[in-house]
Design a protein around this ligand. Structure first.
Ligand SMILES: *[C@@H]1O[C@H](CO)[C@@H](O)[C@H](O)[C@H]1NC(C)=O
Ligand SMILES: *[C@@H]1O[C@H](CO)[C@@H](O)[C@H](O)[C@H]1NC(C)=O
Ligand SMILES: *[C@@H]1O[C@H](CO)[C@@H](O)[C@H](O)[C@H]1NC(C)=O
Ligand SMILES: *[C@@H]1O[C@H](CO)[C@@H](O)[C@H](O)[C@H]1NC(C)=O
Ligand SMILES: *[C@@H]1O[C@H](CO)[C@@H](O)[C@H](O)[C@H]1NC(C)=O
Ligand SMILES: *[C@@H]1O[C@H](CO)[C@@H](O)[C@H](O)[C@H]1NC(C)=O
Ligand SMILES: *[C@@H]1O[C@H](CO)[C@@H](O)[C@H](O)[C@H]1NC(C)=O
Length: 363
């Protein structure tokens, strides 16, 4: 009778499958990741981890068993061996890959019975950057080594109707399964009329990266006259870094750099160019040129404002021209010269001529 009961109990227990809903775990490529699994510890245990039918990791006779392990997982799995006696059968999966995505089974068997737990592993590779490039006809935004496919949206400032923003998004997969996503938009009319803005929104909405760019109309200014080249952050950024580069046919040169956190400014053109420190705190990084020179300051100015997950670029061509002397200025100058001449004559009179005259009279 007692034996029968024991057998019955054993039978019942062996057939008991704990029916829990699948646990969902999301891991970041290429980080390490834990697939959780616990069981009621009673003496020795057999642990088998499977992905679908593929053996991932096994443990019995009180040690790891690698004989049947699939080579995809080779060297990348381990259990928390010292925690196994306390009922912890969690799997540590190292350097997670796109291909690791899927449904895993944690099978445990003890004297008291068997258990199967299922885990859905989702993987993602974070967006690290969005690069925007612009020609006269096209704006292109791209991001590399991401997973899964993000949502890409376009906008302009001032806004334009969504249907006029004709975009095409292409994606390609590398040998690791990671994606390169590239979206292209046709320029609307005049290039300099709009700021173009693209956003990459991660599939799970946890990340939004934005790149924006405006190629401004050229600025022409006479040499020697102070000039402001505008650059304003598109939205109120708290922490940002600002870089101004200057290009004159050759390599771009960084002329100014500012970091809002440290409030430190590097200025290659000290004395010739500066930022307004008060406006900077409001996100206005416009560059002031005190006395622009034809040779030294004509060229392309690029302002880059980088914040957390955003980058805004403003490009402006600046043409410093010869100062044209207007009629008014010429007459002003003439009268200045005549005043100066009379003053000089007067001075000469009192310092040289007059004393001589006095001396002569004295003699
Ligand atoms: C895991 O996700 C699936 C669908 O995505 C859902 O049905 C299930 O309830 C989730 N499991 C848990 C434990 O939240
Ligand atoms: C198992 O142990 C590891 C390492 O201490 C821990 O991170 C994990 O949360 C544990 N899992 C369970 C299900 O207790
Ligand atoms: C861009 O293309 C996608 C899919 O092709 C579309 O859903 C979207 O509305 C388009 N326009 C904008 C402004 O994102
Ligand atoms: C900009 O647009 C105006 C009219 O909308 C046009 O006359 C002008 O030529 C355009 N400029 C450029 C550079 O395309
Ligand atoms: C573009 O801007 C210029 C002035 O900068 C304006 O004359 C022109 O009408 C604008 N074109 C469009 C299509 O908005
Ligand atoms: C800006 O940086 C400071 C200092 O590192 C930090 O405390 C703050 O949270 C940041 N603000 C934002 C909006 O990221
Ligand atoms: C700069 O402006 C002058 C006068 O308007 C013009 O002759 C010259 O071609 C311009 N240079 C460039 C590089 O645009």
């Amino acid at each position: 009778m007692i034996t029968l009961l024991i057998i019955l109990e054993k039978l019942l227990l062996t057939n008991t499958k704990v029916l829990l809903p699948d646990a969902n775990v999301t891991c970041i490529i290429p980080d390490d990741c834990i697939l959780p699994c616990s069981f009621r510890p009673t003496g020795t245990v057999v642990i088998h981890w499977y992905k679908q039918q593929i053996p991932v990791h096994s443990y019995y006779y009180n040690k790891d068993q690698f004989g049947l392990q699939n080579k995809h997982f080779s060297g990348r799995t381990c259990l928390f061996n010292s925690h196994i006696p306390h009922g912890n059968a969690s799997l540590l999966l190292r350097r997670v890959k796109v291909q690791d995505k899927g449904r895993y089974k944690c099978y445990t068997s003890t004297r008291k019975g068997n258990q199967e737990i299922f885990i859905n592993l989702e993987v993602k590779a974070l967006i690290q950057s969005v690069i925007m490039e612009m020609t006269d006809e096209m704006v292109t935004c791209s991001s590399h080594n991401i997973y899964p496919v993000p949502q890409v949206t376009w906008a302009t400032d001032p806004p334009s109707a969504q249907k006029t923003l004709e975009n095409s998004t292409i994606k390609s997969t590398d040998h690791k399964g990671l994606l390169t996503v590239e979206s292209t938009l046709r320029i609307l009319g005049n290039l300099s009329n709009y700021t173009y803005i693209c956003s990459f929104i991660a599939a799970d909405k946890t990340q939004v990266w934005t790149a924006s760019r405006k190629n401004r109309e050229g600025i022409t200014q006479e040499e020697g006259h102070a000039l402001t080249i505008p650059c304003i952050a598109p939205h109120n950024l708290q922490n940002f870094s600002l870089t101004w580069t200057f290009t004159l046919s050759t390599e771009p040169t960084v002329i100014l750099r500012y970091d809002s956190k440290t409030r430190h400014t590097f200025n290659l053109w000290e004395g010739q160019a500066e930022l307004d420190q008060d406006l900077l705190l409001l996100g206005d990084g416009s560059l002031l040129l005190h006395k622009p020179d034809i040779e030294e300051h004509s060229g392309t100015y690029t302002c880059t404002i980088s914040g957390l997950q955003s980058r805004h670029i403003v490009q402006t061509k600046v043409n410093i021209t010869v100062a044209s002397i207007s009629e008014d200025e010429q007459s002003v100058q003439r009268s200045w010269w005549s005043t100066a001449a009379s003053a000089a004559f007067f001075l000469f009179t009192i310092t040289v001529a007059l004393p001589q005259c006095v001396r002569q009279r004295g003699m």
